[in-house]
Design a protein around this ligand. Structure first.
Ligand code: ATP
Ligand code: MG
Length: 880
């Protein structure tokens, strides 16, 4: 069965059992402070499990893109070395939100695997949670009893808390799980070793394929469990592992998910992929090549999907994770496949052909993905080349067999040169490095990072149960609100803060690029608590304050800072108009890649391949301003079906998470899916002005701009500067012309001065020739003259070309500072063992300064011109 059909069969099976098929959510998370990427099928449904929102259908099935490269699930270092862990993989899932529970979940899983997919029952094992006394968590007898009707009891294994108990975090929904493992070894091998003993032992042919989680408890901050009122099912099956089983191969990389990419790597690199037994033995050539090919075929998928979901490689946060994955692939290509030029970007084409039908975002962004990867490759390859040179230097100057760990850390930390590559190269030179020292430095660095970002949070104190919060901020900036829950959070960065949730709120939470509202709460006594920020957590608007209101039960007046909100709205609406302008003027290849809407400015990143010309920028400004002066009304539709919005022409962003229904925002011909707040009429924006245009990454440009009050400030400032300039130009009628005249005059004066100085030097030279004296056969002169340092230097060398055996010491005084210049003919330097550098240093003491230079010419500067005479007198001493 082809992978495409396997995915479809899974989804159809659950559709037949009344599940709705939903597309994979974006892998890149924007509104979840605890997670950068979706790392399991449940992440996009978190708000349903927490009861913050209700799904349209309580039964859902999907294939979710997951990335396990950071935080709790990090498989990155395994990838390539084994045959069944990936960075990016698809997790097939079926979901029940407070609907069916264990009986159905278990028996359907069994039916699908053994009847639909016809996997041999004799190759399957299942696990059940054994209980944990320390934690007062009971064994999952219920699951055991269901399983024993389906599978012989010696194939049901007991699992500990590590493998068979699932928790969202330290607190919140949790529950036991049952895993299904499959043994794909040959009959002979099965006869030799009982498969049961290999379950959960990291054996590459006895692997877990499906995990069924039974969410039935809620864990409190004190560690106690309580029963959830609504029980949920969350299952996750590794799609690539299922394909391995169904296609009868021994490795995920031998399925048709990976083989087209691997064939392409073989063609490009002229290396053969030999799926040898996996070990970490890098001394075997084929093994090295096989690992490198697996790493690259895996990582190109992760990076491609991430870019398509809107996460570009960068230097911080999620972007840095993506950069690291790509760099790992480049490194393996560089080291084991001899690829010194960018090549990974060339794999994008096959990948898009293979996966584009299931994930259309890949198709539409192919060009951008290729460009970004190519650029990253080129720049990291330069780093590697540089690092090699530095390392070469270290190797050459190595005094001992062991290089200091600090040096290796510096190479990694400052220059991005990877530790393992350093190790490999050192080993080739029979050298090693101090690993303990390296680890210490790395640990200290991590510790510093962790301390800064660690966030501690208390339990929520709930004042009103079961409140679904209402957001009224599109229509109101003020409301009477009641506190439903709150908690204290603290971090090193921000200190103690409170998070407050109200039954309803006019406050807009940070999202869709727009900043969160600020404002205040007022109680009946007129006491005020400021709201310093507003963010969304699992679909709930959370308000941040520095203290709690005095009376928590009281109704409070919540007021949004209207001025900041107004400025932000101007910028948000202008962002939409800018988007429209760019597509109109540059072309429809322009896609939004990110935006930041603040009260003071807006920033818009988009795909485009060249710097914008001055004319283009001015056209864009004109286009936007025409729509501002056109006084376009906001036309808004709330809660319309996603498909209807798209049919009406609304622009949607790949990588955003939209619900079943969406909101559309329209101004004239600009229509977008958007949850942000906007001005009621474009006239409010007053004016739009671009302040900067720059590159963010390969093929991505950035425009920064301002509107409304900020434009007023901008024009006022420019006007003021202009008036000052005019004033300095004696209020000239035509200041630009006056300025040009000044510049012309200035440059002709400069030329005149240069000519005069040359004349002067000539006449000084003529005089000086006569002043040369002869001491012991040396032409000597020590004198103060009225030239600048470069004039003196010219003079020295001109005299030097006319006289042999010359010793000159010239002094000058400029702006209260003294300079000495000493010139000695080269033949004197040798014959009399004289050194101008040493001489100016010694004589420099008289002028309280220092200097140096070469043996035949050197200068010194000092702050005591009164010492010049003494220095000149002392010069003669060198010739006697
Ligand atoms: P393992 O112990 O093999 O790492 P896991 O316990 O981390 O698996 P779960 O978190 O339960 O796995 O995820 C559910 C399913 O997703 C697994 O049964 C497996 O089929 C698949 N899966 C998990 N991690 C990966 C990965 N890194 N690459 C591919 N598939 C994976
Ligand atoms: Mg795992």
């Amino acid at each position: 069965m082809k992978s495409q059909d396997i995915r479809q069969t899974f989804l159809q099976f659950f559709k037949d059992k009344a599940h709705s098929i939903v597309p994979s959510a974006s892998m890149v998370l924007k509104d979840d402070p605890t997670l950068m990427f979706v790392n399991s099928g449940m992440a996009p449904f978190k708000e349903y499990f927490l009861g913050n929102a209700q799904p349209k259908n309580k039964r859902i099935t999907d294939s979710q893109k997951c990335l396990r490269v950071s935080g709790k699930h990090n498989d990155l270092e395994e990838v390539g070395y084994d045959t069944y862990h990936h960075t990016l993989f698809e997790m097939l899932g079926n979901w029940s939100f407070g609907d069916y529970f264990k009986t159905e979940a278990i028996s359907w899983a069994w039916e699908l695997l053994t009847e639909k997919f016809e996997i041999d029952k004799e190759s399957l094992y299942v696990t059940v949670f054994e209980g944990d006394e320390g934690d007062k968590t009971p064994m999952d007898q219920e699951a055991y009893d269901i399983w024993k009707n389906l599978i012989s009891e010696d194939r049901i294994l007991m699992g500990n808390k590590n493998d068979n108990f699932w928790e969202m975090g330290d607190q919140g929904p949790c529950g036991p799980c049952s895993e299904i493992h499959v043994d794909i070894r040959s009959a002979e091998e099965k006869a030799k070793i009982d498969g049961k003993t290999l379950v959960n032992q990291d054996h590459p042919q006895v692997v877990e394929i499906w995990n069924l989680v039974f969410m039935q408890y809620n864990r409190k901050a004190n560690g106690n469990l309580e029963n959830l009122p609504d029980k949920h099912i969350d299952t996750g099956m590794g799609f690539e592992r299922l394909c391995m089983v169904m296609q009868g191969v021994q490795s995920n990389y031998d399925t048709d998910v990976f083989t087209p990419i691997i064939r392409e790597i073989e063609t490009i690199t002229d290396k053969k992929y030999i799926p040898v037994r996996t070990s970490r033995d890098l001394s075997v050539r084929d093994e090295k090549i096989a690992i490198a090919i697996r790493v690259i075929s895996d990582h190109v998928r992760a990076v491609t999907f991430s870019i398509a979901d809107g996460q570009l490689p960068s230097n911080t946060g999620a972007g840095y994770v993506i950069r690291r994955i790509l760099r790992r692939a480049i490194r393996y290509g560089f080291t084991f496949l001899d690829q010194k030029e960018p090549f990974i970007y060339r794999l994008v084409d096959v990948l898009v052909k293979k996966m584009g039908h299931a994930f259309p975002e890949l198709k539409s962004q192919r060009q951008l993905i290729e460009n970004v990867i190519k650029e990253e490759e080129a720049s990291f390859l330069r780093t590697l080349e540089q690092g090699l040179v530095m390392l070469d230097n270290i190797v050459k100057h190595a005094a001992t067999k062991e290089i200091s760990g600090a040096k290796v850390f510096e190479l990694k930390d400052t220059y991005g040169f990877p530790e393992d590559l350093t190790e490999l190269i050192l080993r080739e030179h029979k050298l090693s490095y101090n690993k303990t020292e390296f680890d210490q430095q790395l640990k200290a660095q991590r510790q510093r990072g962790k301390q800064a970002s660690e966030l501690k949070s208390d339990d929520w104190t709930v004042l009103m149960e079961d409140q679904i919060q209402e957001f009224i901020g599109y229509d109101a900036l003020e409301a009477k609100v009641k506190l439903t829950r709150y908690r204290k959070v603290s971090s090193k960065k921000d200190g103690d803060m409170y998070q407050l949730v109200f039954n309803l709120t006019p406050f807009y939470a940070e999202g869709g690029g727009q900043v969160g509202d600020k404002g205040y709460l007022e109680d009946s006594q007129g006491d005020i608590v400021y709201i310093v920020d507003t963010k969304k957590e699992n679909n709930v608007v959370v308000h941040f304050t520095k203290s709690l209101p005095k009376n928590l039960q009281e109704t409070l007046k919540a007021t949004v800072d209207a001025k900041q909100r107004y400025r932000t709205e101007c910028n948000h609406t202008a962002t939409h108009l800018l988007h429209q302008a760019l597509r109109e003027i540059l072309g429809t290849h322009v896609e939004q890649k990110g935006s930041a809407v603040h009260s003071k400015y807006l920033r818009f990143d988009f795909s485009h391949f060249a710097k914008l010309t001055v004319e283009e920028l001015s056209d864009v400004e004109d286009f936007v301003n025409a729509r501002i002066y056109g006084k376009l009304d906001l036309q808004e539709q709330r809660n319309i079906p996603m498909q209807k919005a798209i049919d009406e022409g609304a622009m949607a962003l790949f990588g955003e998470k939209y619900g079943d229904t969406v909101r559309t925002v329209r101004f004239g011909q600009s229509m977008e899916l958007c949850g942000g707040t906007h001005v009621a009429n474009t006239a409010h924006i007053w004016h739009f002005k671009i302040t900067a245009e720059s590159a963010v990454a390969a093929g991505i440009r950035r425009i920064e701009a301002i509107t409304s009050d900020a434009v007023k400030g901008y024009f006022q400032e420019h006007d003021k500067a202009f008036m000052e300039m005019k004033h300095l130009l004696n209020n000239a009628q035509e200041p630009i012309k006056a300025l040009q005249n000044l510049q012309d005059e200035n440059s002709s004066l400069k030329k005149q001065i240069e000519g005069l100085l040359k004349e002067k030097a000539k006449s000084i030279k003529g005089d000086l020739k006569n002043e040369l004296s002869e001491i012991n056969g040396v032409h000597f002169l020590a004198k103060k003259i009225d030239l600048d340092a470069s004039g003196i230097k010219d003079l020295c060398f001109e005299l030097g070309s006319q006289f042999d055996n010359l010793f000159l010491l010239f002094a000058a005084e400029n702006d209260g500072k003294a300079i000495l210049s000493c010139y000695i003919s080269k033949e004197l330097v040798a014959s009399k063992n004289l050194n101008a550098g040493t001489i100016v240093r010694e004589l420099g003491k008289h002028i309280e300064g220092g200097g140096g230079g070469q043996p035949f010419f050197a200068t010194a500067g000092g702050k005591n011109p009164a010492g010049i005479a003494e220095a000149l007198r002392a010069a003669e001493g060198y010739l006697k």
